[in-house]
Design a protein around this ligand. Structure first.
Ligand SMILES: CC(=O)SCCNC(=O)CCNC(=O)[C@H](O)C(C)(C)COP(=O)(O)OP(=O)(O)OC[C@H]1O[C@@H](n2cnc3c(N)ncnc32)[C@H](O)[C@@H]1OP(=O)(O)O
Ligand SMILES: O=C([O-])CC(=O)C(=O)O
Length: 374
């Protein structure tokens, strides 16, 4: 069943063209440049998908190896950026840290012209895990980490920096899947932010900084953290059911459910849910996965609302012992590919994005003298 696509929030209105992805074309599917996201998640590493999204084709072995080598060589953070990160307080939100980190990188290594757009994107892809973890480990553990590792993948590099040791194969595999699932999603709010910024012919760092700000909110990427905060308060499936029913009674929004485009399922959920189950077994969990499944059942039974990409990401990341406040920054490490590709697409066929508003304010009136004002 197709979703009603009309009303506020520009819902269902075509705001531009893209060759990057299709979302919910038959109600539920997701494709990146013509490939089904399930096919990509089952058969590719994140770097292959990043290459696909940014350069237009799946890399062959030689291209993939060269791409990974380039990304590995770009991991060092400039000293002034580290100094800025060290000044950001421990209780800051890591999304704000990343927003500042991205912006600072733009000050230090700005995009001088659009010929550099691929290079500055690669630099950000390589540097974002280091930006998050350098700040996190400095403020939480009092350590200045070496942000260079020889890890093969972005996900593995991130977990290595976070924990100070190489991750297991299982965890690295989950990161590949997770980063693939989050990489691209047509004209979602953060991507649209990036495209609006790009349409003014602004620089890549400004576009990405703005997109990070949009992704942060709980109605968008921030939902994975909000979902975690909710499910960790449930001690059993029965408790989850009781609390969920009470939330619905109070007409609260439940984070991690529903979608602006998909009508009956989010194809990413089925995939991350399987990995969450696997991780649950791996850590011997007997609560969180069952609680999450019960939430899913209750929401479908009561509201016909389904889990979006964020819901089972919460338990999956939790089983990998990733601190909740780093969940949305991981989303950024991935979506950066989609954002940057959309910026490039916008630049290639640009007209400044400038819609109109329906005016609902006062009729024309004269400015009263100061003595006559309330
Ligand atoms: C990676 C991502 O960004 S995925 C999205 C992550 N965001 C979340 O999980 C936040 C929770 N979900 C939501 O707020 C919404 O479902 C959104 C923002 C994702 C989509 O918003 P919309 O397109 O406006 O939702 P939609 O039109 O389907 O809403 C229909 C009805 O269901 C309700 N509804 C939708 N989602 C939820 C929810 N998660 N919990 C409770 N009620 C909900 C709406 O309030 C609305 O009710 P109303 O008609 O009484 O006002
Ligand atoms: O498309 C959207 O509105 C939100 C979403 O799922 C995403 O950005 O991944």
């Amino acid at each position: 069943m197709a979703k009603q696509l009309s009303g506020a929030g520009l819902r269902g209105q075509v705001a531009g063209k893209t060759a990057l992805s299709t979302v919910g074309v038959s109600g539920s599917g997701l494709t990146y440049r013509g490939y089904d996201v399930k096919d990509l998640a089952n058969n590719c590493q994140f770097e292959e998908v990043a290459y696909l999204i940014l350069k237009g084709k799946l890399p062959n072995q030689r291209e993939l190896s060269a791409y990974k080598k380039t990304l590995q060589s770009l991991r060092s953070l400039p000293q002034p950026l580290k100094e800025v990160l060290e000044r950001i307080p421990k209780d800051a939100h890591p999304m704000d840290v990343l927003r500042t980190g991205c912006s600072m990188l733009g000050n230090l290594e700005g995009e001088a012209n659009f010929d550099q757009q691929q290079d500055v994107t690669e630099r950000m892809l390589a540097a974002f895990p280091g930006i998050i973890c350098y700040w996190y480990r400095f403020t939480h553990d009092g350590i200045r980490i070496d942000e260079n590792t020889d890890d093969d993948s972005i996900g593995g590099h991130f977990l290595h920096l976070l924990r100070g040791e190489k991750p297991s194969q299982l965890h690295e595999d989950v990161m590949h899947v997770s980063l693939i699932l989050y990489a691209e999603h047509e004209f979602n709010a953060s991507t649209f932010t990036a495209r609006v910024c790009a349409s003014t012919l602004s620089d890549m760092h400004s576009c990405i900084t703005g997109a990070i700000g949009s992704l942060r909110g709980p109605l968008h990427g921030g939902a994975n953290e909000a979902a975690m905060e909710m499910i960790e308060g449930f001690t059993s499936p029965e408790h989850a059911e009781k609390e969920m029913m009470a939330k619905l009674e109070r007409k609260e929004k439940i984070m991690g459910f529903g979608h602006a485009v998909y009508s009956d399922s989010d194809p990413r959920n089925e995939i991350i849910k399987q990995w969450s189950k696997k991780l649950s077994e791996d850590v011997g969990d007997d609560t969180l996965y069952a609680v999450s499944e019960r939430c899913e059942e209750v929401m479908w039974r009561e509201k016909k609302l389904f889990c979006n990409a964020d819901f089972f990401h919460a338990s999956a990341y939790n089983f990998m012992d990733i601190p909740t406040k780093l969940f949305t920054p991981i989303f950024v490490m991935s979506r950066l590919t989609g954002w940057a590709a959309h910026v490039m697409e916008q630049r290639a066929d640009n007209r400044i994005i400038r819609p109109s508003a329906e005016y609902t304010g006062e009729e024309l009136r004269p400015v009263p003298p100061m003595s006559e004002r309330d």
